[in-house]
Design a protein around this ligand. Sequence first.
Ligand code: GUN
Length: 284
Amino acid sequence: MSAVIVSGKDLAVEKRAFIKEKVSELHMEKSIQPCLAVILVGQDPASQSYVRAKQKACEEAGIKSILEEYPSSITQEELLNRITHFNDDASVHGILVQLPLPDHIDELAVIEHISPNKDVDGFHPVNIGRMMIDQKSFLPCTPYGIVEMIKSLDVSISGKHVVVIGRSNIVGKPVGQLLLKEDATVTYCHSRTKDLASITKQADILIAAVGRAKIIGPEYVKDGAIVIDVGVNRLETGKLCGDVDFESVKEKASFITPVPGGVGPMTITMLLHNTLQSAQNQAS
Ligand code: GUN
């Protein structure tokens, strides 16, 4: 049987409409307009396109966005000074520095310089630490979006075996943590994992965050599994595809996310959610 295709796009439309309503309420009741400051360093086309998509989504939701673009020659000190400026500006509720940064800039130092109260990416060690001990924090947007997508399927996560392929700080590690909080049993796999298929075939929920085009075929998937594809890879033809070989795996899975139109739109939606949350925090 062919899997149900889980449209992150449709869920994102629904959630963004709700966010837009809340943004408008905050504006009318407390005269606060949520505002996201985005810093983009360099000319990477993928980063430019992600930032454009984030700004467009902000605009559509009634969230103000500020974009500052800098050449890759910017020094770390100059970048930290811009972050200080936004940290000190009460009209800015979220600060996002698009990654990756040039090699001469220490990414962690930059992330740590953002006030944890404005870290709408959820990358600051304080927010990661709070997440680990189930305290209120900004959750990283892609893992948060994935959990929201799984919850929208009306299947119980509790007791399910989740296998995460990938251990990045941005996706792999936190998505496992968030699903652990939902009472899943979580296994992490990575580039050094031996006999990957024997582990991934045990997954009720398989999350592929590898970064290699179509590497996960049906031989890695249990019948009826939920398959979440986090990969965004560009084929030589210029077409986007995920880490999962969609056409063959959809014949085996019960639910599968497409690329594009799956996890991606949810990532941006949770960024809007976090920015709204930050503005609401200021108002209360
Ligand atoms: N680069 C790729 N994904 C992200 C993201 O979610 N946030 C930031 N700041 N940079 C990224």
